[in-house]
Each structure stands twice: as C-alpha cells, then as structure tokens.
Design a binder for this molecule. Structure first.
Ligand code: SAH
Length: 345
C-alpha cells in the first residue's frame, strides 16, 4: 500500500486518519500542530504523542521534510537561496527575501516546467513532475525553521506553472492559510501564472483572497507568441478577459508581470500598446528587467529605457513599479541555481 502523504492532508483529513488508527480525537490536534505550526522534522520529534502512535504513523505515512543541499546568503541584501532535495532525489529551489514589511518566500510549484517561456531557465529541462501540497509547504517550513524568522508573505513564482498543478496548489493555499497552521493570510499569498485560461476562471470561482499575478510580457498577441509558447494556445484577449473575471469574482487587483527584454518588448510603442490592453483594469504592473541566461541571447534594456517605459504607463494612468533586483550575487533568476547544480552533477 502506498504511504499517505500526511502533511498534504487538511485538518479534517488528519482527524479521520487518527480515528482510523484507533486513537483519541485530540491526538489529531497535537499531530497537526507539530506538522504545521511547530514545523517538526519527523514523527520522532512529536514527544507528546505516545511512542506507539508515532510508530504507527511512521509505518502508514510518508513525512515530507526537505533536506538542504545548498544555502546561499547574499552579502548585499540578506536574500537567501535554497536548494532542497526531495525524498525521490529531485532538487528544487526556493528564495527568501527580506523586506521592511516582512519576510517573503518564493516557492517552486513543480520540478521543472513545460511552459517553455523563451527567457526562463526553469523550463530548459522540461517538466519532471508535480509537487505535492506538502512539498510546496515544506519549502516555507524549512526556511522558517532554519532562520527562526517568521514568514509573512509567500509568492508562487519559482520554478513551475502553478495552474498546471491546480489541485495541489489549491490544497497548498488552504493549508498555508489554515488557522491551525502558519495561518498566512490569503492576501499575503501571490500565485503567478503564464495564463492558463480555464484554470484562472476556476480559481476565480473559488473566491479566495489570494493575489493573481499574470505573466504578460508583451503588448500584443504576435509579440507574446515570440516569448511565450502558451500564447499559441490562448489568445491574449482571452487571457485578459479571464483576469477581468478574476477581479470581478474576488475583488482582488491583478498584478501584471512584464519582463523587459532589450530591443524585443521595451519600446515606447510597446508601452502604448500595453496601456491600451489593460488601461480599463484595476491592476498593477511589475516591470522586471530580464535576467539574462546563458542559453539565450536576450539582454536587459538599459535603465533609461526601463524608466521611460514606466513613465509612459504612469502617464496613461497605469500603476507601475520596477522590480528591485535582489540577491544579485547568489545566482539570480528563476531556476538558475537548480540548473547549474544539475549541470554540474
Ligand atoms: N510559471 C509562472 C511562475 C514562474 S516564473 C509564470 O509564468 O508566471 C515567475 C516570473 O518570472 C514570471 O513572470 C516569469 O515570466 C518571470 N521570469 C522567468 N525567468 C525570467 C528571467 N530570466 N528574467 C525575467 N523574468 C523572468
């Protein structure tokens, strides 16, 4: 029999499991607290549970707990990059960013990615497999345990396409915001997608309070196809309509991510085109100077071009910020640390 992934179960599911094992109901609360509040590394740590119960749990359940392969701390801004090993030997990366408003963790949602965005390092080796809810959670748990600092914000912007792993993502959000766990407010959770239309609509219907970030990266359908293969599947207006629907259902302002690639999508005409596309929406644009990867020839736009792009959006009444680059000294962009580790080993 396959072992139950116990850290992916919600509170009620843990209760049923405990009863099934012939134990008293209050054990569920203790167990859940050890897993999701005290962030225990194993059943052995759960000292107020009887040894017999711990043995039964170990026999029946798999306990997700990542091991740290590498931890890099930036000397510039305290950003930390983690490379974790999963129980099957795969590696994933996560990032801790320290802001005035609190600590933010960027997590991976899949091992690899099949979306194929041209500038992204995470997709170069394709998709290996999905991450379970517990494997998404444990990136945050391990970082909070290791640093001893509370994580207040979570962004699902690491390797993988979260809406390509929909059910697990949803369970992850529920567990992360559960009052019996870390209880991170849904308003402090952001999910970034390349734009899988039907799943944006499904997510909207869940009426959660999480922020949706849409990776737009282009001012027209034609240009989007050059950078993002997913644009062959969904037309840009279809994606934007799904974002409008998300706002209508949840009242949450949409974030658009726009990676500026030198000479590709950074002209004043692009800024004007983008303004026309999203000018009617309650949104925010996050401009990301592209982080060049060696497998592609893309370069960053220069600073003046980036600022002119932002100004143009602002003039058109669109709220836009330029993302501050963090942890520049510790292997920058999404998926690069994992990729260099795999290449070397
Ligand atoms: N699959 C999701 C989330 C992962 S990527 C998505 O597509 O949104 C998080 C963000 O970083 C996306 O906007 C992605 O397009 C962007 N990104 C990836 N690699 C980048 C790079 N080298 N430079 C700049 N932005 C990059």
């Amino acid at each position: 029999m396959e072992k139950t992934d116990i850290k992916s179960l919600d509170y009620e599911q843990v209760q049923s499991l405990v009863l099934e094992l012939g134990e008293k109901g209050f054990r569920a609360k203790q167990l859940y607290q050890w897993m999701h509040e005290k962030l225990a590394e194993s059943f052995d740590e759960m000292t107020n549970l009887p040894k017999g119960l711990r043995a039964k749990l170990a026999e029946r359940c798999a306990y997700t707990c990542h091991t740290v392969v590498q931890r890099l701390v930036s000397g510039i801004d305290g950003t930390e990059k983690y490379l974790f090993r999963l129980s099957d030997g795969n590696v994933i990366e996560s990032v801790l960013m320290r802001y005035h408003h609190g600590n933010s963790v960027c997590i991976s949602s899949q091992v690899g990615c099949r979306m194929g965005c041209r500038f992204c390092a995470s997709t170069l080796g394709g998709l290996t497999r999905e991450l379970s809810p517990s494997e998404m959670l444990d990136q945050i748990y391990r970082i909070q345990r290791i640093t001893g600092e509370r994580v207040s914000n979570v962004v699902v912007m690491g390797t993988g396409e979260p809406l390509d792993n929909y059910e697990n993502l949803l369970q992850f959000v529920r567990l992360l915001s559960d009052e019996h766990g870390l209880h991170i407010s849904q308003r402090n959770i952001t999910v970034s997608t390349c734009g899988i239309v039907e799943n944006i609509r499904r997510l909207a219907d869940e009426r959660l309070q999480i922020t949706l970030a849409l990776s737009l990266h282009a001012s027209s359908q034609e240009k989007r196809k050059e950078l993002m293969p997913i644009a062959y599947k969904y037309e840009i207006h279809e994606v934007l309509d799904a974002c409008r629907y998300y706002f209508a259902q949840t009242g949450r302002r949409i974030t658009f991510e726009y990676s500026l690639v030198g000479g590709v999508n950074d002209t004043q005409e692009d800024a004007a085109g983008l303004s026309r596309l999203i000018g009617d929406m309650n949104c925010h644009v996050n401009l990301i100077p592209v982080n060049p990867i060696k497998e592609r020839s893309y370069v960053q736009s220069n600073r003046a071009v980036i600022e002119a792009f932002q100004n143009k959006l602002e003039k058109n009444g669109i709220n836009a910020t330029i993302r501050r680059e963090m942890g520049r000294d510790i292997n920058g962009a999404c998926g690069q640390l994992r990729k260099s580790y795999i290449d070397e080993n």
